[in-house]
Design a protein around this ligand. Structure first.
Ligand code: UDP
Length: 375
């Protein structure tokens, strides 16, 4: 029986690995989970509890950082913890997602220990340090499961062998389109939300522009208050600068138009998003998930640069007026649903690949497909 380790470090990557974890457990694989990063901190919602509640078993918890440690140290801590873990557990495959330093640690540990590494959702582009990390992770991974053909082409442009890239869609769409999502009323009750209409706010720092995020967050807060609408505000991730954002949100405490949460359970977040009047901030949820549900996005600043030109996404600067205008305009936007990231069958497509013998004999010595000198 092949042993697979899924590495998860944030609420964001867990939602994208979840359907793959579950289909692997239901098939003939021994599944283990290495949970680290934001999951391990109360400040970010202690989301490792959500993983434990799923009842998967074989969960290894590893604290890889103090609350806002520099990313290079988090990388090195994760390498250290994961290296010891894989030497003890000897997995046949490490599955990582996306563009965070923990994924990079997973790819480095796999590549240097001769363990097969599969990377989910490489070949994307964005506007932060994540961009550099994502492409580095791809170069260190042996197999790629991408969201669409554009991502596939980018990986091939980066020298990856065609046979190693599989287009499966984005696995979070499996859950987004699931019939098992709860009714809105139940989710609102769970989180004690009494708003009839509301927007969602999810705003993260951009590490390369960190020094300005105190000011940017105050400008965002001003726009939200001036709009006189209701908002569900979710804390940022743990990137450097996130404490400035949390500090700016403190002025919203006690204001009846706002409900603030460190994090919301993935399936519940989807239900809230599906019924929101808009999503405001710079989260990938505004680019990837909101358009599926036909929800307008007010996308602030550069974090999601080049990710999508969907008409439901209103790009704004960090200025209060610009954000406020976009919130008001989003009301009038007629949004068409789009499906650029698959149709909710990623788990089945993933399983089809990992059930083949060829997959498990993928060479660990990678080749570079040279487009300059094709053979
Ligand atoms: N998400 C979640 N609960 C939350 C906030 C976000 O499950 O409270 C999910 C959301 O559905 C999306 C992802 O996490 O898939 C986006 O997370 P985030 O904005 O934290 O990070 P990004 O992907 O922009 O780096």
């Amino acid at each position: 029986m092949k042993k697979i380790v899924f590495l998860t470090a944030t609420r964001a990557d867990f939602g994208k690995l979840k359907s793959l974890i579950e289909i692997s457990i239901d098939s003939d694989f021994e599944v283990h989970i290495f949970a680290t990063g934001m999951h391990m901190h109360k400040l970010y919602g202690g989301t490792v509890d959500e993983i434990v509640k799923q009842g998967y078993g074989n969960i290894y918890k590893y604290i890889n950082q103090s609350t806002e440690e520099s990313m290079d140290l988090t990388l090195s801590n994760t390498i250290q913890g994961l290296s010891g873990y894989v030497n003890e557990n000897e997995p046949d495959l490490i599955v990582i997602h996306g563009d965070r330093v923990e994924a990079l640690a997973g790819a480095i540990v796999g590549a240097l220990n001769n363990i097969l590494v599969a990377h989910i959702e490489g070949g994307e582009v964005s506007g932060t340090i994540d961009e550099l990390i994502r492409h580095s992770v791809s170069k260190l991974s042996h197999v790629h499961f991408v969201a669409n053909d554009l991502a596939r082409k980018r990986l091939i442009q980066m020298g990856e062998i065609e046979e190693s890239v599989f287009t499966i869609g984005s696995p979070d769409v499996d859950i987004m389109l699931s019939k098992k999502l709860l009714p809105l009323g139940q989710v609102k009750k769970y989180y004690q939300i009494e708003f009839t209409t509301y927007g969602i706010v999810l705003f993260h720092p951009v590490t390369t522009d960190k020094k300005n995020f105190g000011k940017y967050s105050s400008q965002l807060v001003d726009a939200l208050v001036k709009s006189k609408s209701n908002f569900i505000v979710i804390y940022p991730n743990n990137d450097m600068g996130s404490s400035d954002i949390r500090r700016a949100y403190s002025v919203l405490e006690g204001n009846d138009h706002f409900k603030i949460f460190p994090s919301v359970r993935f399936e519940y977040f989807l239900v809230l998003l599906k019924h929101a009047m808009c999503i405001v901030g710079n989260s990938s949820a505004g680019i990837r998930e909101a358009p599926y549900y036909g929800v307008p996005t007010i996308n602030i600043g550069s974090r999601q640069d080049k990710r999508s030109d969907n008409k439901s996404i209103l790009n704004t600067s960090y200025e209060t007026d610009s954000i406020l205008d976009a919130i008001n305009e989003s009301d009038r936007l007629i949004v068409q649903k789009v499906e650029h990231f698959g149709n909710g069958q990623s788990d089945k497509k993933f399983l089809e690949v990992i059930e083949t013998e060829d997959f498990w004999t993928t060479p660990k010595q990678k080749q570079f497909r040279d487009l300059a000198f094709p053979n």
